[in-house]
Design a protein around this ligand. Structure first.
Ligand SMILES: [Zn+2]
Length: 180
């Protein structure tokens, strides 16, 4: 979980603004901030939301904030594809123990990003397209997740593009050393 242990060991960040952070980095910063878990976004509270983002970023330190947001993004992508492992589920729950608070933080961050025209630096956009997987990915880094309709019948095997390591589905599929 993103808690005081992280705060104690985290390097102090230099002044950062919401514009310097990707959407999920804003969400993770809000999660770690003093934002009440029941907070509902209103346009009139933009300045407060931005201040919470800076507060959360400062608590975590930028390195931890970037990493947590990249792990969160990777997890959300795998979860949408129903391809998370037990290890990844556990790591995600340990990192974000309060699922409701995380949902709320994501909502508030998205509202700020989509509804207020709050800008985003190119560096933040670039980081926002680099998800990470916490633990071993089911694709093993190959970009393809192998499944079988019948585990005992190899002729029913099929491969799905990994949403993190093969987002465009264009990596060559290599099965037993044979490129398809
Ligand atoms: Zn993968």
């Amino acid at each position: 979980m993103l808690t005081a242990t992280h705060v104690a060991s985290a390097p102090r960040s230099l002044a950062v603004s919401a514009e310097d952070l990707s959407n999920l980095e804003r969400a993770v910063a809000l999660y770690a901030s003093d934002m009440p878990s029941r907070f509902r976004w209103r346009r009139s509270e933009n300045a407060t939301v931005s201040a919470w983002i800076v507060q959360g970023a400062d608590r975590l330190g930028l390195a931890e904030l970037y990493r947590s947001a990249a792990y969160l993004q990777g997890y959300l992508l795998l979860d949408m594809a129903r391809s998370t492992t037990t290890e990844q589920d556990r790591a995600h729950r340990a990192r974000f123990r309060d699922a409701r608070r995380l949902d709320r933080a994501e909502e508030v961050a998205s509202s700020l990003t989509c509804l207020t025209g709050t800008g985003m630096s190119q560096a933040a956009k670039d980081r926002g397209s680099r998800p990470l997987v916490e633990g071993v990915c089911r694709c093993g880094g190959s970009g393809w997740i192998a499944d079988a309709l019948d585990p005992d019948d190899p002729t029913t095997a099929f491969h799905t593009a990994c949403p993190v390591h093969n987002r465009t589905g264009t990596r060559p599929l290599v099965v037993r050393g044979v490129a398809a």
